[in-house]
Design a protein around this ligand. Structure first.
Ligand SMILES: [Zn+2]
Length: 411
């Protein structure tokens, strides 16, 4: 047995348990496990979770905040324009270096799975994709990384982007991205979605798009995406991030869309903190939140996740990145504060994300992959409230990060 974590609290168990790991897998989860591990770790009653997910993260843009001009309007269009200035001179090694800096922090915070979005289009070509593929290679000991070929300037409105996406996939991207709402017309948004499905079918890949990330309630590409998912037999293989336009839908239309999304098994990634900063900038009062209808989606059984999206870039000046911080933000913005709702929020950065990424061997049970986080707090509530340093992080049964700094209150 490689190691045993003693005195661990795990979700759904009243008593502490011991978790034994053999090689890359969990071999036993029991109270008072008699067998000794080669290494013994005392969790001292701390919550142990399976590794966190960050399922939507623009790592190619991260930390541009250190060198960019400020986004004066705070809007998405200005953020896109600032990013374009950098993209024209992107170098894969420089993109990878920035990405690795924040991925390392994410791993220290317990993230063992990242879905990284790289801009693919005629402005930056394949430079961002190559940078993130390089980061994936550099970080493979520490975490699993998927790279999404993401058409940030659209597909129909950016002639050449479809061919570049195809090339990015052939160079190693794992997921087909999309940005249908950014096209000029509804018809072109639908064509955009069709092109993404053609690519996904051609290479047998899953799809993760940024959908209706606007305050315009008439932005309705989620409807077509969900229907297309149903009709193409892509159930459970499509994720849609943001979907802020849902906030402006009339309730009758919203109920219909929530129903189709749930039926199609489309995962909705609500990066609440980003929308809170970027959405409704043009509203006076009352200011909308621009957040997808999280409670209605959950009530209908849709899969909802939350992820980091941005770290110190033209869109958002913060981000550690830490899935616990994202989850706590989600609890605030979607008003998920009851005890069972906090559990749901924790699901969003763990099991719901694993479902979206179709990772089967995920969880704390014998036979599951030993991606584990010893959180440093005794419960989900305390983990979200305190967001303590992660005591230990394991990927495939190997310790990849450890907290070493202890803060003390002096007499
Ligand atoms: Zn995004």
């Amino acid at each position: 047995m490689s190691f045993v974590i003693r005195n661990a609290r795990i979700r759904g168990h009243k008593q502490s348990v011991d978790i034994a790991v053999d090689g890359e897998k969990i071999s036993a989860v029991e109270t008072n496990l008699p067998a000794k591990g080669a290494t013994e770790i005392d969790a001292v009653g701390s919550l142990v979770l399976p590794g966190f997910f960050n399922l939507h993260y623009h790592a190619d843009k991260c930390l541009l905040g250190e060198i960019m001009r400020p986004n004066v309007s705070g809007t998405l269009p200005e953020a896109i324009e600032i990013t374009n200035e950098f993209k024209r001179k992107y170098d894969p090694a420089e993109v990878a270096a920035r990405a690795v800096r924040t991925i390392e922090t994410g791993v220290k915070n317990g993230t063992t799975f990242f879905r990284l979005f790289c801009d693919v289009g005629t402005i930056g070509g394949l430079q961002a994709a190559r940078g993130l593929l390089l980061a994936r290679e550099k970080m493979k000991k520490y975490c699993r990384i998927q790279v999404v070929a993401f058409p940030q300037e659209g597909i129909v409105r950016d002639p050449g982007a479809a061919e570049l996406m195809d090339e990015a996939i052939r160079e190693g991207c794992d997921i087909v991205g999309g940005l249908p709402w950014y096209e000029y017309t509804d018809e072109e948004a639908r064509r955009h979605i069709d092109i993404c499905f053609d690519l996904a079918k051609k290479y047998d890949l899953d799809i993760h798009m940024l959908v209706d990330d606007t305050d315009d309630a008439n932005s309705r590409s989620l409807e077509y995406l969900a229907l297309k998912t149903l009709r193409e037999g892509f159930h459970g293989r499509v994720a849609a991030s943001h979907c802020g336009a849902m906030a402006g839908y009339n309730d009758v239309y919203a109920a219909k869309i929530v129903d189709i999304v749930a039926s199609a098994g489309v995962t909705i990634s609500v990066n609440a903190h980003i929308n809170l900063v970027c959405s409704a900038r043009l509203d006076r009062e009352p200011k909308r939140r621009g957040i997808a209808r999280v409670k209605e989606l959950l009530a209908r059984g849709a899969n909802v996740v939350t992820s980091q999206d941005d770290v110190n870039d033209p869109y958002y000046p913060f981000g550690k990145p830490d899935p616990l911080e994202c989850a706590a933000m989600m609890a605030h913005v979607a008003q998920l504060t009851l005890p069972h709702e906090l559990e749901t929020v924790m699901d969003m950065v763990t099991v719901n994300s694993a479902r979206a990424a179709r990772v089967a061997d995920y969880g704390i049970a014998p036979g599951m992959r030993a991606d584990l986080v010893v959180v440093g707090a005794p419960s989900v509530h305390e983990a979200l409230r305190v967001q303590p340093p992660r005591r230990h992080v394991f990927k495939d049964g190997r310790e990849v990060a450890r907290a070493t700094l202890n803060q003390e209150l002096l007499p």
